[in-house]
Design a protein around this ligand. Structure first.
Ligand code: WT7
Length: 653
């Protein structure tokens, strides 16, 4: 592919400024030492766990790996909420009590600041609320909220009592919420009346009601934060207002002393089947991973105001809006709304007003801003920024250069961080003062992380060839399983390179002669739309659940802004006409079944789908057609060659 060749010819190299290097948490020397130590990952991570995490009881064994199950810091006891809160209120850091933990800005412009002392009190009170509702250690709590401080309070309260949270992104539909609540067997749901988005409100409580309508299942209580003031139905006995419960709750709640392997949370992510996977993370390893990487990669200092624009409903928000950032005692900014509301400069306005120093966002957002024009950025004083980051998808070198020049004023290092919901924390990324950057490359693995690019056999390819991205040694933040489905865990991540014992990430990548990684994107049936994973099968099952659809095949097509756009090929059911109204109806239907992010950009009707003789849909062909590329490669197994011709004709019309 020409695209890849030009990427690998990228010659520009950027070095951090001497000023940045001088003040950095980790410099070249530290990193050299840690890379050496990291050749024995257990030794490196044990040192990080001692340095960056507070333990009630020390662990006895750093790693116990029985393929494919890992236990880190066996025997150790700790609490994630203690690490994020209490330890900033005592000892040498006691002054942080009155330091901002969360700076919140709502979409309507309301601002709230919670100090570490205040956040601690609120978390303790909500932990008591949960206890009073009968939530016990090990019980799952679903959280479906806008980006408001109560979301952070709810998750840290769960962590405090050892009740794993399962946060469902507020942009998911009632249907998607219902599946996730039931799969996790949640006993309670924490939500809000709604949230602000693009000048209107998203009705979250109504979606919870719809999700629980047919059956409440395991859910006994619903707690509702008043945010928008929209009218909601309250079911007596089941539903409670947050403020009523908080008023009665004591602000004293000792943190539970939890096993290092106690489940901290479940987070659902799309896979290659129609059913999302509940990715399970535990306490000790996860916290060590995210706290260490946040310290080293985001270079967090007490003087920073750090802003990650991800919603807490995604892993990026779990790890780098909340856990990794608060565990470092830094100030984290939370913004509720849309990036371009009320104007195209909302983000830059926020950075200027709050004097944000470290800014972490997605390439898709950067590409949107490029299109909107740099004058909106230039209007604002962004001189507070000192470090930039990206995550979620490959960044094209042009977008990287724009970010560097227009947002970073050519002085801020950029950390392009590769990781996944499953990895818990950042795996491959520059350490800003120690690793030179190349636009489009996430550079090299973090110390103690071992990655490779391999062929089908699991043998390392020679640079700059392409292959599968694998992780060759267990790491502390790794997922501990898929909730309720150990077989799927084994099959999805470990079976492919079982003989080597490698973790299969599902991404294709190249490695250049300097050992830099260039991640190209998913190699499975998962699309990356605006940095969010959506399974083709998920969209297909949403489509076929509509009576007008006989059959559907979904593929991704390259898109300048969102990275990938969803294209659906649909065969209408008997008696339904392939009409424009049906296109709109089906797009709405998918948004209703999954959420607006899964709404296909394009729906094409076809009287048949191209299939192999054994009945497998030939997605490769559909991908070519959707992208407007010439259909290349072997089509001899195609069951009905006429199908292809007809799809092509349609193209030409
Ligand atoms: C997939 C994981 C945890 C980050 C948020 C998304 C892609 C992520 C990069 C990057 C190229 C990237 C991969 C990965 N991805 N970061 N810096 N460069 N690709 O988490 O939803 O679990 O998706 O996002 O394809 O497998 P996720």
């Amino acid at each position: 592919m020409a695209e890849i060749e030009s990427l690998l010819r990228e010659k520009r190299v950027f070095k951090p400024s001497p000023e940045f290097v001088r003040q950095a948490n980790w410099n070249k020397k530290t990193v050299r030492e840690y890379r050496k130590l990291g050749e024995k990952p257990e030794r490196f991570w044990a040192r990080m766990a001692r340095e960056h995490v507070s333990w009630f009881t020390p662990w006895k064994e750093t790693l116990r790996f029985k393929w494919p199950n890992a236990k880190w810091f066996v025997g150790g006891k700790l609490n994630a909420s203690f690490n994020c809160l209490d330890r900033h209120l005592e000892g040498p850091n006691a002054w942080r009590r009155n330091k901002a933990a969360i700076v919140f800005e709502g979409e309507p412009g309301d601002v709230r600041v919670l100090t570490y002392g205040q956040l601690h009190r609120e978390v303790c009170r909500f932990a008591n609320v949960l206890k009073n509702l009968g939530v016990r250690k090990g019980d799952r709590v679903a959280i479906y909220m806008p980006m408001i401080p109560e979301l952070a309070i709810a998750m840290l309260a769960c962590a405090r009592i050892g009740a794993p949270h399962s946060i469902v992104f507020g942009g998911f539909s009632a249907e998607a919420l219902r599946d996730r609540i039931h799969d996790a067997g949640a006993v309670a749901v924490v939500t809000a009346d709604g949230g602000h988005r693009r000048g209107s409100t998203v009705k979250l409580k109504a979606a919870v009601d719809e999700a629980l309508r047919a059956e409440a299942g395991s859910v006994r209580n619903v707690v509702v934060v008043r945010r928008t003031g929209d009218a909601v139905d309250m079911v007596p006995g089941r539903d409670h207002w947050w403020e009523d419960l908080m008023r009665e709750a004591s602000p004293v709640c000792p943190p539970a002393k939890l096993d290092a392997e106690h489940p901290l949370f479940i987070l659902y992510t799309s896979g290659t089947t129609g059913k999302p996977k509940g990715i399970l993370h535990t306490t000790g390893g996860y916290l060590t991973h995210v706290t260490t990487t946040a310290h080293a990669i985001f270079d967090l200092k007490d003087t920073d105001t750090y802003w990650c624009t991800a919603d807490i409903g995604w892993i990026t928000g779990h790890s780098y809006v909340i856990y990794g950032i608060l565990a470092n005692g830094a100030t984290t900014l939370m913004y509720e709304g849309a990036p371009t509301h009320p104007g195209p400069d909302r983000f830059w306005d926020i950075i200027e007003r709050h004097r944000v120093t470290v800014f972490y966002t997605a390439p898709t957002a950067i590409r949107t801003f490029i299109r909107l024009g740099e004058e909106h950025v230039r209007k604002h004083d962004l001189s507070s920024l000192r470090l930039l980051g990206t995550v979620g998808e490959p960044i094209n070198p042009e977008a990287w250069m724009w970010y560097h020049r227009v947002v970073g004023g050519r002085r801020c290092p950029i950390v392009d961080t590769w990781w996944q919901t499953e990895t818990g924390g950042i795996m491959i990324s520059p350490i800003p003062a120690a690793v030179d950057t190349k636009p489009g490359s996430c550079t090299v693995p973090f110390p103690g992380i071992h990655a490779a690019v391999v062929d089908d056999e699991g043998e390392e390819v020679k640079p700059p060839d392409g292959g599968f991205l694998v992780i060759t040694h267990p790491w502390p933040g790794m997922l501990r399983g898929i909730w309720g489905d150990p077989a799927r865990y084994r099959e999805t991540y470990w079976k492919r390179f079982r003989h080597k014992g490698y973790y299969f990430a599902g991404d294709g990548a190249h490695r250049d002669k300097q050992g830099y990684f260039w991640v190209m994107g998913r190699v499975d049936d998962v699309m990356n739309v605006s940095g969010h994973r959506i399974g083709t099968m998920e969209v297909e099952s949403a489509l076929v659940s509509h009576p007008a659809v006989a059959e559907a095949a979904v593929v991704g097509r390259p898109d300048e802004i969102t990275g990938t756009a969803i294209v659906a090929f649909v065969t209408p059911a008997l008696g339904f006409e392939a009409e424009a109204e049906l296109v709109e109806e089906l797009r709405r239907h998918v948004a209703h079944e999954i959420g607006p992010i899964a709404r296909p950009a394009e729906i094409r009707f076809t009287d048949a789908l191209p299939k192999t003789r054994s009945g497998k849909i030939m997605r490769r062909l559909l991908r070519d057609i959707a992208a407007g590329r010439e259909v290349v490669g072997d089509t001899t197994t195609l069951e009905d060659l006429g199908v292809l011709a007809r799809l092509r004709e349609q193209e030409e019309e």
